[in-house]
Design a protein around this ligand. Structure first.
Ligand SMILES: Cc1cc2nc3c(=O)[nH]c(=O)nc-3n(C[C@H](O)[C@H](O)[C@H](O)COP(=O)(O)OP(=O)(O)OC[C@H]3O[C@@H](n4cnc5c(N)ncnc54)[C@H](O)[C@@H]3O)c2cc1C
Length: 393
């Protein structure tokens, strides 16, 4: 056992809360800082892949997450114009034992926050972090906390602490949460409809949110990153008509959207820190690597980073531990970042030829062995060992 240290976790999101719980379990003194006034998540639904679910189990958050969330067995996508299937990935066609856990962010946050509260961890709210220097955390209100032996930067895609330079992606999406309606849509599939690569509509059944027994769906509609204002101007009625014309089965979901405020615009960027640490500070999750959610791996990556960091601190200290964390995660992160960069334009771009390649060549190839097995390993997060040199999950 290496020495116990004092750690500030900057950001109480998916990676930050998980890291805080894992590090506190190892006897480190942990304090969490977040800008929120009362603990709260932002956004709609996401999928926690099997590797990420295993990390949740390490901190005792898995059962709560599973009780809220909804198992996804298959991802299915079709072309709007001709109804042809162009995405078909099973998690575990034979036994169904392995699945993606679709969950609303509020539910995942609840599971993670319960885990943090069950431990001796101070959570400082209303703490907008401005910078970190010499082990001290500086807030925007000019208060300074520390010194800490280590600062874990888990402040996400807009991190004020990370040197990550990223490239904005041309497409984003509006996301919303609606009740699961009377529908023929399968309740355990992520269902998507595409028009070429410039339109993607999705329905993700995400189970329940805290305080509401009705099952929910996360819905999304892709659009160029700068076209949100035009979408608001166009009005929700026109949008609903356009969406239903492309995908009639989407009607009972779209019918629940009455105001643009129900849909939140998410813009994506892509970039990876080559070295996700410097002395006294380490970056995890979106603060270390950003990608579009096309492969559904961002939350998993944050969970895996948290576990790798905790394990690295079990067997080394100081810079050596941070270097070990970076080494353990490098190939897994790089491979998913590369795949995300390759896949995203096939589904979200203005390209005319990429969707043709996707539909006519890549999709048929993906259905021939070993294609299905490879696709399953990609979505499950197990293409490469996620914690190289730091044990199994
Ligand atoms: C629309 C959308 C859909 C997605 N779908 C999926 C999916 O299906 N599967 C998947 O695995 N991933 C998905 N992702 C990606 C996933 O949400 C992120 O990768 C994941 O949330 C990253 O976790 P994190 O802990 O790094 O950051 P976050 O969860 O974003 O947490 C960051 C925290 O830091 C706090 N913070 C930020 N700045 C400051 C500051 N200056 N001071 C104090 N606090 C601060 C924030 O309040 C927040 O609590 C999706 C992302 C988007 C946008």
């Amino acid at each position: 056992m290496t020495k116990r240290i004092s750690i500030a976790v900057a950001g109480a999101g998916i990676g930050g809360l998980t890291a805080a719980a894992l590090l506190a379990d190892r006897g480190h003194h942990v304090e969490v800082f977040d800008q929120f006034h009362t603990p709260q998540p932002v956004g709609s639904g996401l999928v926690i892949q099997p590797v990420g679910q295993a990390v949740l189990d390490h901190i005792g958050a898995g059962d709560t997450a599973r009780a809220f969330g909804n198992p996804i067995q298959r991802m299915l996508g079709h072309e709007a114009d001709n109804d042809r299937k162009v995405l078909n990935v099973w998690y575990d066609k034979q036994s169904g034992g392995q699945y993606g856990l679709a969950i609303h962010r509020a539910s995942l946050f609840q599971a993670l926050y319960d885990a943090v509260q069950a431990r001796d961890i101070a959570v400082h709210t209303k703490s907008l972090i401005a910078k970190a220097q010499d082990g001290m955390l500086h807030l925007n209100d000019r208060t300074v906390h520390g010194p800490f032996d280590l600062i874990v930067d888990a402040t996400g895609a807009g991190s004020p602490l990370s040197p990550l330079q990223s490239t904005p992606l041309p497409y984003g999406a509006i996301w919303g949460t609606v009740d699961w309606p009377e529908t023929e849509m399968p309740a355990h599939h992520l269902s998507q409809c595409y028009r070429r690569a410039d339109r993607m509509i999705g329905v993700l059944p995400i189970g329940k949110v805290p305080g509401d027994p009705k099952p929910k769906a996360a819905i999304f509609w892709s659009m160029p990153r700068d076209s949100h204002d035009a979408w608001v101007q166009q009005g929700v009625h026109a949008w609903r008509d356009a969406a239903i014309a492309l995908w009639p089965a989407f009607a009972p979901f779209a019918a629940q959207v009455h105001s643009p405020d129900q849909m939140t615009m998410a813009r994506y960027a892509h970039g990876t820190l080559r070295k996700p640490w410097s002395p006294g500070i380490v970056h995890i999750g979106d603060a270390a690597h950003k990608a579009s959610p096309q492969l559904g791996q961002g939350a998993n990556m944050a969970l895996l980073d948290a576990l790798a960091l905790a394990r690295a601190l079990d067997i080394a200290s100081g810079d050596a531990a941070l270097a070990l964390y970076a080494k353990a995660r490098r190939w897994h992160v790089m491979s998913y970042q590369t795949m995300s960069a390759a896949f995203t334009p096939q589904y979200q771009s203005d390209s005319r030829w990429l969707p043709v390649l996707r539909d006519r060549l890549l999709y048929p190839l993906s259905q021939v062995p070993p294609g299905p097995r490879v696709l399953t390993a990609i979505v499950c997060g197990t293409m490469l060992p996620p914690l190289r040199g730091l044990g199994r999950i």
